[in-house]
Design a protein around this ligand. Sequence first.
Ligand SMILES: Cc1cc2nc3c(=O)[nH]c(=O)nc-3n(C[C@H](O)[C@H](O)[C@H](O)COP(=O)(O)OP(=O)(O)OC[C@H]3O[C@@H](n4cnc5c(N)ncnc54)[C@H](O)[C@@H]3O)c2cc1C
Length: 429
Amino acid sequence: MRPDVSDYARKLVRGPKDEIDFRISAHFKGREIAWPPTVGSLFKLPPAAMIHNFKKLVKSEHPTEQDFQGFTKFLYGQSMYDTFFGPYIEKKLPAIKGGELHRDWWILARRTIANEIDTGQDRYLSKVSGQRMATKPAPPSLKKKLIKSIDIAYKMWLNLRSKNMPRVMYPHGGIGMIAEGIKDEFLRLGGTLITNSGGTKLTRDASGRITRVEWGSGAIDAPDHVVWTGSIHELADCLDVPRAKVDYLSIALVYVTTKKPITNADFLYTYYGEPDLIFNRLYFPTRAVKCLAPAGKDSVCAEYSPPQGLEDIDRKDLETKVVDGLIKLKHLKREDVEGVKVRVAKDAYPIYPIDYLARLNVLWDKIRAVPNLASVGRTGQFYYNNMALTVCLGHDLARKLLGQPSYWEEQRDKAAAAAAAPVALERDH
Ligand SMILES: Cc1cc2nc3c(=O)[nH]c(=O)nc-3n(C[C@H](O)[C@H](O)[C@H](O)COP(=O)(O)OP(=O)(O)OC[C@H]3O[C@@H](n4cnc5c(N)ncnc54)[C@H](O)[C@@H]3O)c2cc1C
């Protein structure tokens, strides 16, 4: 991750924050496996998965499979796919099969503000970009394999001892404090923010340029630039062009507050592969920051992907099944529940079919033809990303609007300049 994004978030976040080790877990066949693994959890893995991991470490090859199923089987082995990855993805994205989901979804393949895949300076993504090659890349030399295996084993050793862990920032007021802090700065610099606008209408001239933006309570004429962060389907409708043939998944989030601290939960969040549990993920906010629940109380949020869409969910039934699951996992007793609330998150996950880029490009050709329009972000690019990657896009877009090179353009220019610089062969005495 670019260092400037972390610094930016640290500087602007509203209120106090903690920076914590990022360790989560996966739950399958009644076992909980920490990730990155701890010494204890490593030995809870199915033996076939351990053997697979060992072989992979020795071979040091990169996967070339394009689909989620092939990719995760290559990395973690058949037994892990059968026990966790397969059942998990079926619950998480019921609308698509593991063999039809593009692996870019799993690896959060990065995209530029122009919606092109960007391997940039990311060594891992550069290596796995073999996915776009028809043939397998040549196997690495024995020396390279050895160095790589030692490097992986060393990093695993550090992680097992909780050293050199990835870290995340968590504000005391909840994750929304990052966006609130950015908003504060935007207003301080003189920006105007209108929320809950709705009813967007775009008017264009003969050249395709947007000449007027209207929303529920106002309008702007002759905008220099229009940046869209809403659904790409709604944008297609506003531009009067065909929608891209891709679908978002809308989800339900079930918030449970408790009268007592939740038990048997050590991590910020846990993924569940078991088909008899209705949720695919649980978040435990107090495992990041204790003050997110009043003293002596606690909360947990369960994520549920409705197979038939949001319209069909029976909220009462969902609440009951979530609480039943929490009891089964020994997180609480029924009498400990203080309240349960269901909230829906529309268009929460973009789903990538194998040819998702080609499907998106049909729409992007139309978007690129509008000179003063950029559609960016998770929903605006149909891009399964995280907050940090969205902030990266925001920075790059700001640079573009200011006539400056984007981050990756700058990195490439630096690399090209370094390669072209004369190399001193001898020391200058
Ligand atoms: C369940 C879940 C858990 C997640 N957990 C994490 C996590 O732990 N860490 C992490 O880094 N990321 C996480 N993410 C991802 C993170 O939330 C997104 O990457 C981030 O919110 C993307 O920001 P964005 O601005 O690109 O898009 P969005 O957050 O989708 O923002 C788009 C904005 O556009 C507005 N909008 C839409 N249509 C219109 C319109 N017509 N007119 C005006 N405004 C409009 C919307 O109201 C919204 O405010 C999670 C996402 C989900 C769904």
